[in-house]
Design a protein around this ligand. Structure first.
Ligand code: C5P
Length: 407
């Protein structure tokens, strides 16, 4: 797999600020995730953070020096250098005190001084007791920080330290924070503010109350597309059948079971969508009359009559938004290119992404994919090499952004 897939943030520098809350034990995992993704992570800890976790932990995880003091010998200009070098700043946990100081422009320690000297985008991840979070003063500070352009995450609800409280106050999980940092680091903003509708996964059609007709789709490719579109700043809705993978951070999911339900969900969202990527593998057939009770063995063979389900792309066509970009997928076992090219016309789409059903390491369930992209009006198909599904998603969205720009 290419280096950019394994270490997507290689060469990017992230300032990870840690203030003094018990949630800082989770920041060690965040530092690890960012470092593993290739980022150079400069950790800046407040004095109270050092009461909870040791600087050595972060030094070992990031392989870099950890910064703590504004007035350490020879370090007088650290705040300016660190702030300038950062491509993104994330403060996790951000305590009520840290946010109050940041909201009033104080610079009385290295972390707040860095914030004032920085031009990079800032993400604050609050973590505190639920009553401290809901206090009017804290909420006032949060509103002000947001008005400065900082992204302030909503804390999670659930058990707080020592079983105290249950309202919002918990720091979101490191994987969630990591995804938001990815959004801050993204340089391609062509999809920012666009509405992207993605379908993913298989659908299920009941034969009887316990059995269903479905296919081998896991939803990985659609989920990768939804994640990439969100990272690039889009508002993303994912209409998905049963998925074998987690729904990405930031994406609104609508869960469906049958092809008819998927069609209805697409119809509800399509008028607002600038982009539809129809990556799902909806079942083309359903049982004409699903049995109401479990079918028992009788010793004889049995027929189940199948009827066709609606074609989602075609039956929602009239509701498409003017100027929207529509992407279909194709998975063929024979005459792949000719069948895929025909689909551009019959399904009235701008692009068809052809997956091969036969290739090892591509298609259903794989982490990688090899696709060929056919574009309307373009004679030569675009054959991509074997890539991670994330890289394939990025390349599909590059072409979507080009089409959107031209409309
Ligand atoms: O018709 P076929 O399944 O080969 O075409 C594939 C494309 O059509 C995919 O984008 C798929 O999501 C979409 N599709 C659809 N409605 C169906 C079946 C497939 O929109 N009932």
């Amino acid at each position: 797999m290419s280096n950019s897939a394994v270490r997507p943030y290689a060469g990017r520098r992230v300032l990870l600020g840690i203030s003094g809350g018990i949630a800082s034990y989770k920041s060690a995992w965040l530092a690890r995730l960012l470092t593993k993704a290739g980022a150079d992570v400069d950790v800046v800890m407040t004095r109270s953070a050092l009461e909870f976790v040791g600087a050595v932990t972060f030094e070992a995880l990031t392989g870099r020096e950890v910064h703590t003091g504004l007035f350490d010998a020879g370090r007088a200009l650290d705040h300016v250098k660190l702030a300038r070098a950062a491509d993104a700043i994330v403060i996790a946990p951000a305590t009520a005190d840290l946010m109050a100081r940041a909201a009033t422009g104080q610079a009385n320690d290295l972390l707040t001084a860095c914030l004032l000297a920085a031009e990079a985008p800032v993400l604050m991840v609050p973590a505190m007791n639920d009553r401290m979070w809901s206090h009017a003063q804290t909420q006032h500070n949060v509103t002000h920080l947001r008005s400065l352009g900082y992204t302030v995450l909503q804390p999670d609800a659930g058990m707080l330290a020592a079983g105290e409280g249950a309202g919002p106050g918990r720091m979101p999980e490191p994987e969630t924070i990591f995804a938001y940092v990815g959004r801050l680091l993204e340089t391609d903003r062509r999809l920012a503010g666009r509405r992207v509708l993605v379908t993913a996964g298989p659908t299920r059609e009941s034969i009887d109350p316990v059995r269903f007709l479905s296919n081998r789709s896991t939803g990985k490719m659609g989920v990768a597309l939804a994640a990439s579109a969100w990272r690039r700043g889009a508002d993303v809705t994912l209409v998905a059948g049963p998925l074998a993978v987690a729904v990405p951070v930031g994406v609104d999911q609508e869960h469906v079971e049958t092809t008819q339900e998927m069609r209805d969900a697409v119809e509800r969202h399509i008028a607002a969508a600038d982009v539809l990527v129809m990556c799902a593998a909806p079942s083309d057939y359903r049982a004409a009359e699903p049995a109401e009770r479990k079918m028992k063995k009788t010793g004889a063979s049995r027929n189940v009559q199948l009827v066709e389900t609606p074609d989602i792309l075609l039956s929602t066509k009239s509701a498409r938004r003017a100027g929207s970009v529509i992407v279909g997928f194709a998975l063929e076992t024979d005459d792949e290119l000719a069948n895929a090219r025909r689909k551009l016309e019959t399904k009235d789409v701008d692009m068809v992404v052809l997956n091969s059903a036969r290739e090892p390491d591509a298609g259903f369930g794989a982490e990688t994919n090899r696709v060929t992209i056919l574009r309307r009006g373009s004679a030569s198909p675009d054959e991509l090499p074997l890539l991670s599904k994330r890289a394939v998603a990025d390349l599909i969205l590059d072409r979507v952004a080009e089409l959107l720009d031209g409309r």
